[in-house]
Design a protein around this ligand. Structure first.
Ligand code: ZN
Length: 258
């Protein structure tokens, strides 16, 4: 199994090594450590370089968009020069928390989409309450993003999912799909099985029965189980399918060997 979206956090018991060792004991072979600013991207890279099966992304989250100046973008560029750097992210738009700086968010997002296109990497996208601007921007950039993009923790409508799919999107779902009243089944089933990934987004969004606790990669089997039930496929089949999807999207041979 693969946790396609994990954040390092001091809230996770034992820090990075605790996170990784408990995940491996639980059969999670790959973890992608996702950066949300320059510092966390550096940290994710350092941990990935020291641990088999662990990869990293580098990017500036919309809530940190004020820091996405040219020198920060240059740092991301340097940071991603490594075999284990798999994507630019997480980047995007968040109009739920950031209603007042939309144009600043858009600027930071577009700069980083240009970076992804320049270095030919995939993109991990955070999008909240921003469907209109997000689809418009992706329509402009999708053809230059040769490795494609992933809508992480997808929370928009089924109709928007179809628009993103037409642009080649992948979608990741996490602990929220296990919540009672989540009602995500219809949206998930509208997405072809070859375009989905599972993630924890730890330390946030712990799946049931750990809801409200600190999340970590070792809980990802709960998300896989819910996805397998939703699609009506066996767990084994889903695990193989998602491994193929992750390889196709992130383009790393280790996913197949792992
Ligand atoms: Zn995240």
């Amino acid at each position: 199994m693969i946790d396609s979206h994990a954040h390092l956090s001091p809230r996770i018991e034992g820090g990075a090594q605790g996170l990784i060792s408990r995940a491996k004991e639980g059969g999670v072979k790959n973890i992608i450590l996702v950066g949300y600013n320059v510092e966390s991207s550096f940290e994710g890279k350092a941990v990935a370089l020291q641990n088999d099966g662990v990869f990293y992304t580098a990017g500036i989250h919309p809530s940190d968009c004020q820091y996405a100046d040219n020198s920060a973008i240059d740092q991301l560029f340097e940071l991603l020069k490594s075999e284990k750097g798999v994507a630019v992210g997480e980047i995007g738009l968040d109009y739920y928390y950031g209603k007042d700086n939309k144009s600043e968010q858009i600027k930071a997002f577009e700069k980083q989409l240009e970076l992804a296109s320049k270095i030919n990497l995939s993109v991990v996208i955070h999008s909240r309450d921003a469907t209109g601007d997000m689809t418009a921007i992706l329509q402009n950039y999708a053809s230059s993003l040769k490795k494609g993009f992933l809508m992480h923790c997808y929370s928009e409508s089924k109709e928007s999912a179809q628009k993103y799919l037409e642009l080649g999107a992948y979608f990741a779902f996490g602990g929220a799909i296990t919540f009672k009243n989540a009602k995500k089944e219809d949206i998930i089933k509208s997405i072809p099985l070859n375009r989905v990934l599972c993630e924890t987004d730890c330390p946030y969004m712990a799946p049931v029965p750990y809801r409200g606790n600190v999340n970590e990669s070792s809980y990802i089997p709960l998300v896989y189980n819910k996805m397998a039930d939703t699609y009506g496929v066996g767990l084994e089949q889903l695990v193989l399918q998602i491994r193929d999807n992750a390889y196709r999207f992130f383009g790393k041979k280790e996913f197949i060997e792992g």
